[in-house]
Each structure stands twice: as structure tokens, then as C-alpha cells.
Design a protein. Structure first.
Length: 147
């Protein structure tokens, strides 16, 4: 099945979107380097995205563009959005998540959100977004969606 790619987004005070997120790719359960084949990729691989901080207009737009450029073009079977370190989301951040979800669905990529923190979870409930998104309590439960 391969190793999931874990892209770690780092919170920053720099206002430029390209600096808000780190391009460093980290891996779970592996010491091997991940090489990306540009040609044919198996549809069974998954991408794990772990943003940090507050999902707002500036970094929400960057996240949406990243999803379109990477998730949609790579066409993984599953994209896990681990929200462990997101402590706030504004309306622009919600719009970015919805737009990213729609773009991924067009490419038959399944997006699962996991580890919602209490304030963000409340926002999802009030906005009735738990019906739109596939939300799981843990990372392990999200990975079971691929099985």
C-alpha cells in the first residue's frame, strides 16, 4: 500500500501564503525516503495533510490551492485532513475546505477529516457541515476508509 505522505503545515507570522505552510514532507512509520513517480501512480495511495493554527482567508486559500494542485492531480484514493492542530476556522477557511472537497470529489478522491478540536467541531455542527464532510474521531478511523 505504501507509505502515506504527511505534509506538515507550519504556522507563521509571515503574511505571504507561500511561507505559511512548509513544503517539508514528513512520514509516519517509515525511515525511507519517499520518491514520487511522475508517471503512473496507484490509486490506493493516500495523502495526509496536517494544517496548524487558524484556518483563515490567507492560509485557507493556500490550502484550497494545494488540494487542487496536489490531491486532485495525484488522484489518491484517500486524503486525510488531520485537524489536530487547528484551533480556529473562519468563514473563508470553511469556504476553502468546501471548495477543496468539491474539487477532490470530481476526481473520485475521498476526503476524510479527523481529530476536530472542540471549537472547530462546534462550528462544523452549527453550520451542519458534518453531513457534507466525512468526519472521523481519530486518524486510525480515517485510514480504515481506505480498507
Amino acid at each position: 500500500m505504501g507509505v502515506p505522505r504527511l505534509l506538515k503545515f507550519w504556522r507563521s507570522t509571515v503574511l505571504f501564503p507561500e511561507f505559511i505552510f512548509s513544503p517539508v514532507i514528513k512520514r509516519r512509520n517509515s525511515c525511507r525516503e519517499i520518491t514520487q513517480a511522475q508517471g503512473n501512480r496507484k490509486a490506493s495511495h493516500r495523502i495526509v495533510i496536517q494544517p496548524q493554527g487558524v484556518l483563515n482567508r490567507c492560509n485557507g486559500a493556500f490550502l484550497q490551492q494545494w488540494i487542487v494542485n496536489n490531491v486532485v492531480l495525484d488522484a489518491p484514493a484517500l486524503c486525510v485532513l488531520d485537524m489536530t492542530h487547528i484551533n480556529g476556522v473562519d468563514s473563508s477557511g470553511l469556504f476553502s475546505l468546501i471548495a477543496g472537497l468539491k474539487a477532490a470529489r470530481k476526481q473520485q478522491c475521498h476526503i476524510v477529516i479527523c481529530n476536530l478540536q472542540s471549537p472547530v467541531k462546534t462550528l462544523f455542527e452549527v453550520a451542519q457541515l458534518e453531513e457534507m464532510f466525512d468526519i472521523e474521531e481519530s486518524y486510525e478511523a480515517a485510514l480504515e476508509k481506505l480498507a
